[in-house]
Design a protein around this ligand. Structure first.
Ligand code: SF4
Length: 158
């Protein structure tokens, strides 16, 4: 049987994700409470995760264990993503959104969001679905793929 599993499909239980990353279930719950990830909730209230969530969690773990960031620092870093770039561009609605001025955490973790996002499903939003791993941090912060080639040795000496 052929399956067409997408990276955003929430098919992994919290226990499976914990085993994959060798972390405690409680740690994943805590990251969710802190707004670093969004779990998909089944009708029965069970949390499910996608491969994209796993990569997000893997990067969060790396930032903590290898790069010395704490949860607050990661939250602030995530808050720098210019979400308006994924919501039709910066306009007056975005300028009136509290998230535009906030640097406390990612937009999806904010209780008070502007009209463009009030009824949105953040798990399906391109802002949450940004490729999030530790080698693409700048793409995450700037919200797009940079088109910058590495400088040649000659250029670096200038
Ligand atoms: S829909 Fe959610 S994740 Fe997307 S920009 Fe709005 S608040 Fe952020």
């Amino acid at each position: 049987m052929q399956t067409d599993l997408g990276v955003y499909d929430p098919v992994l239980t919290i226990g499976t994700v914990a085993k994959m990353l060798d972390i405690a279930v409680q740690t994943i719950r805590m990251y969710e409470q802190e707004g670093l990830i969004i779990a998909y909730k089944t009708e029965g209230g069970h949390r499910m995760y996608s491969l994209h969530d796993v990569e997000r969690l893997r990067c969060i773990r790396k930032m903590i264990t290898e790069h010395g960031l704490n949860i607050n620092g990661i939250r602030k870093m995530m808050s720098l993503v210019p979400c308006w770039g994924f919501k039709g561009g910066l306009d007056d609605e975005c300028r009136q959104c509290p998230v535009y001025y906030d640097a406390e955490g990612p937009c999806w973790a904010q209780k008070n969001v502007g009209s463009k996002c009030r009824l949105a499903d953040c798990r399906s939003c391109p802002v949450y679905r940004i490729e999030f791993n530790c080698t693409t941090i700048k793409e995450v912060v700037f919200g797009h793929k940079r088109d910058i080639k590495p400088l040649s040795n000659q250029e670096q000496k200038k």
